[in-house]
Design a protein around this ligand. Structure first.
Ligand SMILES: Cc1cc2nc3c(=O)[nH]c(=O)nc-3n(C[C@H](O)[C@H](O)[C@H](O)COP(=O)(O)OP(=O)(O)OC[C@H]3O[C@@H](n4cnc5c(N)ncnc54)[C@H](O)[C@@H]3O)c2cc1C
Length: 416
């Protein structure tokens, strides 16, 4: 078949590689550069992850097998230890915070423990047994820890009312430590390294741009594409730019911005209002030099700063700092924050940060509401009858990481 793939992020590139052997594939990308959220740029020969700092980790053996068939794990990647920390009360403490209660002010710890003991009886079995994210956090960690940490941090990052966040959205992503575990981890002073998911993989050279470059090899990719030039002919074939005729099209862009022809299907099926009301957050990223250290992520829950996280990309691979005699990192802010404001904000943060560059990505975090999953599921069925498929974080409106995007690409390519 002739198949067009709209979008060259990890979803588009992965599904293109999966289908390329048996079908004739063309990848169309809206932007001048391929890679979507995972593209990077070198600034003074230091590596700037333009959105966050992407590391690879996959639980699914099929995803691992597929991914590593493109790379030499030993020679091209670094296996690194997660070393996440929380900046709280002017000190750097471990992550997750509930394992480091012994480092919090004594009065707070007494209140937190009292609450945790009281909650144990009422605790529900599974995350999905709670109505919403706020109820989940309060039900597992108590009001005090919710107010001190979980609420300010999550509100900053999601910029939304946590009581409106449905639990299905966070399925499989939320830990539910028992009181026993919390107490044991505090008494035994257990470090994050001892726990599961303590490792990740990271390319030795060029970060996630290395993944983009490798996965784009051998593909026919057209950049600067205007997807409004898509029509469907009488035989249900999809015609792009009046000349190329495709049997199927896979769309990995924003569901709210489907090409016009397919948008009209949405309008006639009453999905339009629901899809248009979907909310997402952007992120502003300030690329900085920083003092030396060994942290991978530093979470910033408190409201003294608008920033919510520092990603020490310079600690992922030395080659990321090639153009500087200091380490580099990315300071992440939710939403659109001006360059001047970010410069003021980094004066409040540890590490003697010095700005090198910045980027604003309008679409980075998706927010689901109660009906989102079922609406997208129905919409997918209607569109697939027209040979048009949705794939990826913004087309399926799922909180995918790279491994989950690859897993979804595997399922779709199998179906196709
Ligand atoms: C701050 C942050 C940190 C993250 N960290 C990690 C991490 O460490 N590890 C991890 O595994 N995941 C991480 N993720 C998640 C990861 O970024 C996403 O899962 C992944 O990049 C999504 O890829 P995608 O291809 O679905 O979407 P995108 O990367 O958005 O790609 C979609 C592409 O489609 C193009 N496009 C849009 N509309 C059209 C159109 N009409 N025609 C043609 N092209 C179009 C876009 O320009 C874009 O290039 C992180 C995400 C964020 C926001």
């Amino acid at each position: 078949m002739k198949i067009a793939i709209l979008g060259s992020g990890i979803s588009g590139l992965s599904v293109a590689q999966m289908l390329n052997k048996e079908h004739e594939i063309t990848v169309y990308e809206l932007k001048p550069k391929i890679g979507g959220l995972i593209k990077c740029e070198r600034i003074n020969d230091c590596l700037f992850h333009k959105v966050g700092g992407h590391v690879f980790n996959a639980k699914n053996p099929k995803v691992q097998e597929w991914f590593w068939s493109f790379f030499d794990k030993e020679n091209e990647f670094i296996k690194a230890r997660r070393n996440a920390k929380v900046y709280f009360n002017g000190q750097i403490i471990g992550y997750p915070i509930e394992n480091y209660l012994y480092l919090l002010p004594q009065n707070d710890v007494a209140d937190i423990l009292n609450e945790l003991l009281g909650l144990e009886k009422y605790k529900k079995k599974l995350p999905n047994d709670y109505e919403n994210f706020e109820e989940f956090l309060k039900g597992n960690f108590g009001e005090k820890l919710y107010n001190l940490y979980f609420n300010p941090y999550n509100t900053k990052i999601w910029n939304t009312d946590l009581s409106q966040v449905p639990m299905e959205w966070l399925e499989g992503k939320l830990p539910m430590p028992s009181l026993n575990e919390i107490i044991l981890n505090n008494v035994l002073r257990k470090e994050e390294e001892d726990m599961v998911h303590s490792y990740f993989y990271y390319p030795k050279e060029n970060g996630s741009q290395f993944i983009v470059d490798r996965l784009s090899k051998g593909l026919n990719i057209i950049t600067n594409f205007n997807s409004e030039n898509i029509k469907v002919d009488i035989n249900n074939k999809i015609v792009i730019e009046n000349s190329e005729v495709f049997d199927k099209v896979i769309y990995t862009g924003d569901i709210r911005k489907l090409p016009i022809y397919f948008r009209s299907i949405m309008e006639s099926n009453n999905y339009w209002d629901e899809i248009q009301s979907l909310k997402s957050n952007g992120t502003s990223n300030l690329f900085c030099e920083t003092d030396d250290g060994n942290i991978s992520w530093l979470y910033l829950p408190e409201s003294f700063t608008k920033a919510h996280r520092i990603i020490y990309t310079g600690n992922f691979s030395d080659s990321n700092n090639r153009g500087s005699n200091r380490k580099t990192c990315v300071v992440e802010f939710s939403g659109k924050v001006s360059y001047e404001t970010m410069l003021d904000e980094i004066k409040l943060l540890p590490g003697n940060l010095k700005a090198l560059s910045y980027n604003y990505e309008p679409n980075s975090y998706i927010i689901q509401s109660k009906n989102t999953r079922s609406v997208i599921k129905d919409l997918k069925e209607v569109l697939e009858m027209k040979n048009f498929y949705l794939l990826g974080r913004f087309a399926e409106w799922e909180y995918y990481n790279m491994d989950k995007a690859i897993e979804a690409a595997q399922a779709l390519s199998k179906r196709i």
